[in-house]
Ligand binder design. Structure first.
Ligand code: FPP
Length: 267
């Protein structure tokens, strides 16, 4: 099935190589390299972030075209507060500006937007626009865009642990009832399938405290391209690479549904 003509140097249409039946339902992205992209061009880092927004729009469109259902992007980590105030302020303003400019179109396309992370330290103006964007789009069901802001995977796990301990203390649940399902139900991503694919740009080979629980069995694709230069073509390359993987989930491909001692070993 042709998804849209995306031609490589040898004139091959990459979209023809996509198996529509094997498109990941949920893709997580660490959009890395904005600062380096700008610095390389002799521009302030903020230019990289601005350009990063256009790339996100392109990838959102490409994801929908492919038939993917959920995109979760890392826009601001709990560690990003250590950046110079000027850059932090710029990013905070950029989030508000993007929401103000794009929310109408996001809503028209029946996309639901959700912010994941601790919003407490953000200014009221941003909190308000986040809240109105979330409530405007809450019933949309074609696509889900999760934006992780002031998010940290360890912090999320500690939060869940605290909530479960509290429920044990009040007798709502028994310690013996704590299992993965219950843990999942307390995550900030509750109700959302774990990402099948994580894409990180800029060549860094780290998870950087992103979705630590949810990425347990995700395929990881590292692109050397800096986020502001990432595009639909690079995105399709990631999907094609993902589709060539043999996802065993710790088992053995041909025996994945049979009980086998070795399949218990991590791979
Ligand atoms: C990482 O590059 C990128 C960020 C910290 C910010 C990404 C944010 C956006 C693209 C805006 C998205 C906005 C909305 C509302 C969804 P970096 O600065 O860490 O790059 P470096 O590693 O080269 O320094």
């Amino acid at each position: 099935m042709i998804i849209g003509k995306i031609i490589d140097k040898e004139n091959n249409d990459l979209s023809k190589r996509i198996d529509k039946q094997k498109v990941p339902e949920h893709i997580a992205i660490i959009m890395d390299g904005n600062g380096r992209w700008a610095t390389k061009k002799g521009l302030p880092r903020s230019y990289g972030h601005k350009r990063g927004v256009s790339v996100l729009k392109e990838i959102l469109k490409a994801s929908k075209k492919l038939g993917c259902k959920v995109l979760t992007v890392y826009a601001f980590s709990t560690e990003n507060w250590t950046r110079p105030t000027k850059e932090v302020d710029f990013l905070i303003n950029l989030f508000s500006e993007v929401l103000r400019n794009e929310i109408e179109e996001i809503n028209e396309e029946s996309t639901k937007i959700k912010f994941i992370g601790d919003l407490t330290p953000f200014p009221e103006t941003l909190k308000k626009i986040i809240s109105s964007s979330e409530s405007l789009t809450k019933n949309n069901n074609k696509f889900l865009l999760n934006v992780c802001v002031n998010y940290g995977g360890r912090q999320e796990i500690v939060k869940v642990a605290k909530e479960l301990v509290l429920k044990c203390c009040t007798g709502e649940i028994k310690p013996s009832e704590v299992n993965e399902e219950l843990f999942n139900s307390e995550l900030l991503t509750r109700g959302i399938k774990d990402p099948e694919l994580l894409i990180r740009t800029s060549g860094e080979k780290r998870i950087s405290n992103f979705l630590l629980w949810q990425l347990a069995y995700s395929e990881i694709y590292i692109s050397d391209v800096l986020w502001p230069d990432f595009n639909e073509f690079e995105f399709l390359k990631a999907i094609i690479d993902y589709q060539s993987r043999n996802r065993r989930f710790g088992g053995i491909e041909s025996l994945s549904n049979e009980s086998n001692q070795d399949s218990q070993l991590p791979s």
